[in-house]
Design a binder for this molecule. Structure first.
Ligand code: 6GU
Length: 253
């Protein structure tokens, strides 16, 4: 997958994407990242990329031309058509379903805003979709772009070493939260590993994990349960989880 990013701080994105799973995706040539800096396409000695807002008020607004030139250069760098995604708190909230959809595309072109905003005419003419990473304000779209790049890179075929690990994640598959995990030692001053995980009974372990996923989702993110489409068996597991919780016999998690 190829991702182009238009940003005043392309080095920041490159740094963020240089480590861990995303770094490995680039090393394996499963992801190629390209930064485009509007300042390189700005005129005049000051290489101006922003200006005061019409109508007055505080802050600066990103000018059309330097960004339009970046978008054109990024498009011309590869023949595959590419949707322009503008990262803004006013966009559609990002979730794993959207991440999967974006990850399936051959190319993405991300546009990062800064300061008070980007001239609306550029957005109207060039942007295909607007995405937010949550209901809070960041000083710019760069961190959001780095988040999006991480989320889509790890879904590229061949990036994760154990293909299972993406399937088990929270939000993958049926959209439930992940179950708790434990490793050695089985006994520790902070507590014991739940006995079922040491039983060797794979069916019981799978049932326990499913129940923990259901229970956690119910406790922490009940909104996700509405969309999960629970089976009868799931409902029975969740009911038992609630019973155990009420009687104080549930295992920690
Ligand atoms: Cl995409 N950009 C900015 N500046 N702030 C945000 C955001 C994006 N998503 C949440 N907050």
């Amino acid at each position: 997958m190829r991702i182009d990013v238009v940003s005043l701080f392309p080095e920041f994105i490159a740094q963020c994407a240089g480590f861990g799973v995303v770094g490995r995706a680039q090393e394996r040539a499963l992801l190629s990242l390209h930064g485009w800096n509007p300042r390189d396409h700005a005129d005049g000695g000051y290489r101006r990329v922003d200006d005061r807002p019409f109508g007055g008020g505080p802050g600066m607004v990103m000018m059309i031309d330097p960004r339009q030139a970046c978008l054109a250069a990024a498009r011309a760098a590869d023949p595959a058509p590419v949707p322009v995604v503008y990262l803004t708190p006013q966009g559609v909230p990002l979730n794993q379903r959207k991440v999967r959809e974006l990850a399936s595309r051959p190319r993405l072109l991300l546009l990062c805003g800064r300061y008070e905003g980007v001239d609306e005419r550029l957005l109207a003419a060039e942007v295909d979709e607007e995405i937010s990473i949550g209901d809070y304000v960041l000083s710019g779209g760069e961190l959001a772009a780095a988040v999006l790049i991480d989320a889509v890179a790890r879904l590229q075929e061949g990036v994760l070493n154990d293909a299972e690990s993406a399937v088990q994640d929270s939000f993958e598959g049926d959209g439930l939260l992940d179950c708790p995990h434990y490793t050695h030692p089985a006994s520790h001053p902070l507590g014991e590993v739940p006995g079922v995980l040491r039983s060797g009974d794979h069916a019981a372990i799978a049932r326990w994990r499913r129940q923990q996923s259901l229970g956690r989702t119910w406790l922490r993110r009940p909104d996700l349960l509405d969309e999960a489409g629970l089976s009868r068996a799931d409902r029975a597991l969740l009911e038992a989880f609630c019973q155990q919780l009420l009687s104080g016999t549930h295992e920690p998690g």
